[in-house]
Design a protein around this ligand. Structure first.
Ligand SMILES: [Zn+2]
Length: 277
């Protein structure tokens, strides 16, 4: 099995990437004293790379794509590599027509950028057979900002799916298929949602942006600038890490270094993240 896939019971989960972005560490986490970074040598540089990761959950009856990357959208930061999502899917022999569900963890631009593609001047659903899904309270908040230039991308990448009936706004804990269920994880955005995959005694959690970098697994209170409600996001992060540890679930993160598969381990009395290699 290639390094960028894991098996969870009867599911395969593939890690695919739409490129990466470069963030300024102290602008992303502005309130942390420099010393807080000492235990994390991978973050000693003032800049760090963040993967723009998506995941494909392949089960017996449904193929689910989780998030669609940044696409051609402009994040106004360094983006040295971009628009690799479709070619990475192809490397797994997955065609856009194979996707049954596009699950959006939330509506930030680096998670919805390939929802729609322009083909000969006409906008089309990139995944024509898919039911797209996003938390209802995310759309309720983001749709109020659609005329703000920073959120114009919603008009291109999200609104058309609502208009043509392809976007389902869900609430709470619901199954996507047998063995895949939503976990509401608000704070980063109001309708932010993670996924629990459970099969044959094995478990995994796709965490979305509950956590952005591995040090946050132990530094629960570190809420970065894009977390809309920083106190709630810290509370959610704490609950989710407790849950993952208790369930001995695999951790899956699109923004952790590729491929973003790992587990929680105890180092002394501290909880820590260990990538699966
Ligand atoms: Zn993100």
């Amino acid at each position: 099995m290639p390094l960028n896939s894991v098996k969870v019971g009867n599911f395969y989960i593939h890690s695919v990437s739409d490129g990466y972005m470069i963030f300024q560490r102290d602008a992303f986490f502005p309130n942390l004293p420099i010393e807080s970074w000492k235990p994390y040598p991978s973050y000693s540089d003032p800049k760090f790379e963040m993967n723009i990761g998506s995941f494909v959950i392949e089960g017996a009856d449904k193929t689910i794509l989780v998030d669609t990357g940044l696409g051609k959208l402009n994040h106004h930061i360094e983006q040295p590599m971009r628009e690799t999502l479709l070619s990475e899917l192809e490397a797994f022999s997955i065609k856009p027509t194979d996707i049954d569900i596009v699950f959006l963890t939330h509506l930030h631009l680096d998670h919805v950028g390939t929802n729609m593609t322009r083909d000969n001047g006409v906008w089309k659903q990139t995944f024509p057979n898919a039911q797209y899904m996003v938390g209802k309270s995310d759309w309720e908040m983001f749709s109020r900002m659609i005329n703000n230039p920073s959120f114009k991308y919603l008009e291109e990448q999200v609104q058309p799916l609502l208009s043509n009936g392809s976007l389902y706004l869900f609430e709470g804990e619901i199954p996507l298929t047998e063995g895949v269920v939503t976990i509401p994880t608000p704070g980063h955005t109001p309708g932010h949602t993670s996924l629990l995959i459970e099969s044959d005694g094995a478990k995994a959690v796709i965490m979305g942006d509950t956590v952005h970098i591995p040090p946050q697994v132990e530094q629960i209170s570190w809420s970065p600038v894009p977390d809309r409600d920083k106190a709630l996001s810290a509370e959610t992060r704490s609950d989710l890490m407790d849950f993952i540890e208790k369930e001995q679930a695999l951790i899956i993160s699109g923004h952790f270094p590729k491929p973003g598969f790992g587990e929680i381990i105890q180092v002394g009395s501290t909880r820590s993240y260990r990538p699966i290699t």
